[in-house]
Write a protein that binds this ligand. Structure first.
Ligand code: FAD
Length: 596
């Protein structure tokens, strides 16, 4: 099986040409987005992804993790790979310089994360969770906690986890039952958390759990949840490791995919209570989690993109080698590689064009987060925050749902060999399947997009983005017939979204269940359109470059052909989705619950 090769040319194209849309000319705001730096970072990350992480992807899937006593052993090669990863400084890419991080933008960090996810999703989850935990401490904890924990987490010496879920509290965290009782300067934590990714493992000397729990007398529901740092080993004031804390991994899950990523059930306080330290103030735990939710959800959206890219590379290699039949319209009887068959080309182009559309959208969104965080202009910050909030559920929901479809297509390209585990294609589908579930299911993303991100502000953020998309549709060259067609499809998508927005604003006053019934279709409508918007922009840029005789002409011709395919084969979905939403949402609600 060929190892993963990072698609550096497309990554650089997006970073150098497509970001900066919306709120400001952000490219100039960040010193790190120089072509030289991007080039160096992507090249080195690409090497590590190909040479170190990718070769362990299949063996990790086959071997999985092993629980002995309360110790989880990761699969063969994992510890050495993690040590190499940390020594090369990749854990600290986007960490704050104050705590030893390199402080690179989310844009550059996202392209690097895409590589880790493509090469080995089960491995990539460890740095991803650590990054999430680090962000929560950095943004909300007091100075003492930051100074004690962040330098070692940023360096990768200690890893981090997120402990939200309990058996009775999944999408709805109001049911959290884990308790935190104050005791001097710390709290005693008791309860059970499930599905904790990298909740126990042998890669780092300490594991820092971020745990949601309720203090005595806390308000009911989500307004009474607090957030705690609960280390596996207590940490002395000088940063050295102390006693083992009162928490243990009681089991690890047997899963459909990401076998090499340990998913732990953790019991807190069997011997009187694990020691935990409050982050920020009591009862604000969930709001703290929400401030870092965008980044975490975006990170999972990147997983959908990354698995599409990986599945595409594998399918393409196979299609270039497998000889079977003669394409319609040819003769000679020698047989042809299956890439010659029109239907295989269709499948490969669906995978390729979706990977490129998702990459453009995910990177544009990452850049908007950077703008919201770093711009000094309050108006720009407000605009970028609104745009980032709006795009986040689309990146998470659309990229992950699409990732599953594309990994499935990858199997189809292989025929029977795709269904056989040795090929590797099946693993990408199994691994992709979790991405629409954790960090908020697609249903939760869609509900967020409809209610908080669209209806709550009267559609301001949605209309704002739509105007920008419309301007791109109007700007596309009418001289080139392919660009003209791309523009027509994009303009139609804008019309479709407007129809849906009008419908939503109207029906929400009659029956709020109607927008809810339409929510996942609405999310897809935006996903397909945003992908089309950025592919259209890319096609126009490439057309301009070709006319000016600049850049790589093969890359540009390929981009225009791919964008044209996306416009003709993917964009027409917008009209169908709009029709389903406006005419069909009522039928979701017709059947009485007892009659199912
Ligand atoms: C491999 C794996 C790793 C995980 N890692 C972590 C981790 O590291 N930390 C952690 O805390 N958790 C983790 N989770 C838990 C994960 O985040 C939850 O499984 C997820 O939030 C869904 O919760 P649930 O499983 O209870 O499903 P439920 O909430 O019971 O949902 C079931 C179905 O109902 C739908 N639904 C529920 N509520 C609504 C609503 N309001 N509107 C529309 N539809 C709704 C959902 O979309 C879904 O289709 C992990 C899970 C797995 C499987």
């Amino acid at each position: 099986m060929a190892e993963y090769q990072a698609p550096i040319a497309d990554m650089k194209f997006v970073i150098e040409n497509l970001i900066g849309s919306g709120c400001s000319d952000v490219i100039s705001d960040y010193v790190d987005v120089t072509p030289e730096l991007v080039d160096a970072v992507l090249t080195e990350a690409g090497k590590l992804a190909t040479e170190v992480l990718s070769p362990l992807n299949r063996s990790g899937d086959v071997e999985g993790c092993r629980l002995e006593g309360d110790v989880v052993h990761t699969s063969d090669g994992w510890r050495a790979a993690y040590a190499t990863f940390v020594e090369a400084g990749w854990m600290s890419v986007s960490g704050e310089p104050e705590f030893g991080g390199q402080g690179l933008s989310k844009l550059v960090a996202s392209s690097v994360s895409e590589m880790w996810n493509s090469a080995n999703l089960a491995f990539a989850l460890c740095p991803m969770l650590t990054q999430g935990a680090t962000d929560a401490i950095r943004l909300h904890a007091d100075k003492d906690l930051k100074d004690l924990y962040l330098p070692k987490m940023v360096a990768g010496q200690w890893s981090g986890t997120m402990n939200l879920t309990e058996p009775q509290a999944g999408s709805d965290l109001s049911g959290v039952r884990t308790k935190a009782v104050p005791e001097g300067r710390h709290y005693r934590i008791t309860g059970q958390k499930v599905y904790v990714t990298y909740g126990e493992h042998d890669l780092t000397e300490n594991i820092i759990h971020l745990v949601l729990a309720k203090t005595p007398g806390a308000p009911e529901g989500t307004r009474g949840i607090s957030l705690f740092v609960v280390p596996k080993y207590l940490v002395n004031e000088d940063g050295s490791l102390g006693e083992r804390n009162d928490l243990r991994c009681v089991s690890i899950e047997h899963k459909l995919g990401i076998h090499a990523s340990p998913t732990a059930v953790i019991s807190y306080g069997d011997d009187g209570g694990a020691i935990g330290y409050l982050i920020g103030e009591e009862n604000l735990g969930l709001s703290y989690m929400f401030t870092m939710m965008n980044v975490a959800r975006h990170a999972v959206g990147l997983e959908g993109l990354a698995l599409t890219e990986r599945a595409y590379q594998l399918a393409l290699n196979f299609a270039r080698e497998r000889v079977q039949g003669e394409p319609l319209g040819t003769s000679g009887g020698k047989g042809a590689t299956i890439i010659e068959h029109a239907d295989v080309r269709r499948m490969l182009l669906l995978m390729k064009s979706h990977a490129e559309a998702m990459r453009a959208l995910a990177y544009v969104c990452a850049d908007i987060y950077d703008t919201a965080e770093k711009s000094l202009d309050p108006e720009v910050v407000q605009c970028a925050s609104r745009r980032g909030d709006f795009l986040t559920p689309i990146v998470k929901g659309w990229c992950t749902e699409t990732g599953i479809q594309m990994a499935s297509l990858g199997i189809q390209v292989h025929g029977g060999m795709g269904f056989i585990e040795e090929t590797g294609a099946a693993q990408y589908l199994r691994d992709a399947r979790i991405t629409t579930i954790y960090e908020g299911t697609t249903g939760i993303q869609a509900a967020d997009l409809v209610s908080r991100k669209t209806l709550r502000d009267g559609g301001v953020a949605a209309l704002d983005l739509l105007e920008e998309i419309e301007s791109v549709a109007g700007f596309l060259s009418v001289e080139d017939p392919r660009l003209k067609e791309i523009g027509a499809n994009l303009a139609q998508a804008v019309v479709d979204i407007r129809v849906v927005l009008e419908w939503m604003v109207k029906v929400q006053t009659e029956d709020l269940r109607l927008p809810a019934a339409a929510s996942v279709h609405y999310l897809h409508l935006w996903g397909v359109t945003c992908g089309g918007w950025l592919m259209a922009k890319a096609a126009q840029l490439c057309c301009d470059k070709l006319i000016a005789g600049e850049g790589d002409s093969v890359f540009c011709e390929t981009k225009i052909a791919t964008a044209h395919f996306y416009a003709n084969q993917v964009m027409p979905q917008t009209s169908t989705l709009a029709r389903i939403i406006v005419r069909g949402s009522g039928s979701v609600l017709d059947l009485d619950t007892t009659n199912f």
